[in-house]
Design a protein around this ligand. Structure first.
Ligand code: BGC
Length: 265
């Protein structure tokens, strides 16, 4: 049975939605329903805090009975957010961890959203026991990335911001799931953009495994088979819940993957 030591809350803040759940850390399964609210327009810190509070209330996890992990779509270094691609610029060089700790009145563990999804898949999913280089990408509002080498996460890889030489734009503006929606693409048209993206990443890093996360990973059968790569490419086992699960998994203090000091699960 899940106990205080083995269950925690994960909150995954995205450019479009803020999701949360209570997670059993022994097996990475959700013990609650997944709660989701829209990310407030402009994604300013104060408004995001209010939205996170409402997710915790709905989960019945507002008090500090549970350890809490929060994932955010930006570079996160020593508790500070250093970038802001799909959120307010106020997050740039912002003491986000401290802000949430004060605003929620409890300790949290704070990290990049794709990195925590990578941790979830490493502990409980498609990257478990995989050796060599795994690159997990989340295809959502932006493209997030987690690079894991022999069980150690290399944080803040930001591969959604590779530049497209021809157009001088971020890869995510062209190939994220939001680009498919924005440009009203069919699956095969979007897959052609993903082909460019994954071929480029494959050329740069020669990974051993690609994992595709984000909400659209539940439709992996519609587009993954269209990609021609040397590297195996599979959907995240935990689909769009990987962020919640990974945030929760990192909440109990020790975060060996992010410190890079311990290998394995
Ligand atoms: C951000 C990343 C984030 C990704 C997915 C990108 O725009 O720069 O930090 O992981 O979106 O949310």
């Amino acid at each position: 049975m899940a106990t205080e030591k083995t269950r925690a809350v994960g909150i995954d803040i995205g450019g479009t939605g803020i999701k949360g759940g209570i997670v059993d850390l022994e097996n990475g399964q959700l013990l609650s329903d997944r709660v989701k609210v829209s990310t407030p327009a402009g994604a300013e810190p104060d408004d995001v805090l209010v939205a996170v509070r409402s997710v915790l209330e709905t989960l019945g996890a507002s008090d500090s009975d549970y350890a809490l992990g929060v994932a955010f779509p930006a570079i996160v270094k020593n508790g500070r957010t250093l970038s802001a691609a799909n959120v307010s610029d106020k997050w740039i060089d912002f003491p986000a961890e401290e802000f949430f700790e004060q605003g929620l009145g409890r300790d949290i563990h704070f990290a990049n959203d794709a990195d925590v999804a990578g941790v979830a898949e490493m502990r409980f999913g498609a990257a478990k026991d995989v050796s060599g280089l795994t690159i997990l990408t989340t295809l959502g509002t932006g493209i997030g990335s987690a690079m894991i080498y022999d069980g150690v996460l290399i944080p803040n890889s930001e591969l959604g911001h590779l530049q497209r030489a021809k157009h001088g734009k971020d890869a995510e503006a062209y190939a994220a799931y939001s680009a498919m929606e924005r440009d009203k693409l069919e699956w095969d048209e979007w897959a052609a953009r993903l082909q460019w993206y994954y071929s480029h990443v494959e050329f740069l890093f020669s990974p051993d495994l690609f994992i595709v996360g984000g909400g659209v990973s539940k439709h992996a059968d519609k587009f993954l088979h269209l990609l021609k790569l040397r590297t195996p490419i599979v959907p995240a086992v935990h689909r769009n819940n990987a962020g919640i699960i990974g945030a929760a998994a990192l909440s109990l203090g020790a975060s060996p993957e992010l410190d890079g000091t311990v290998t394995g699960a």
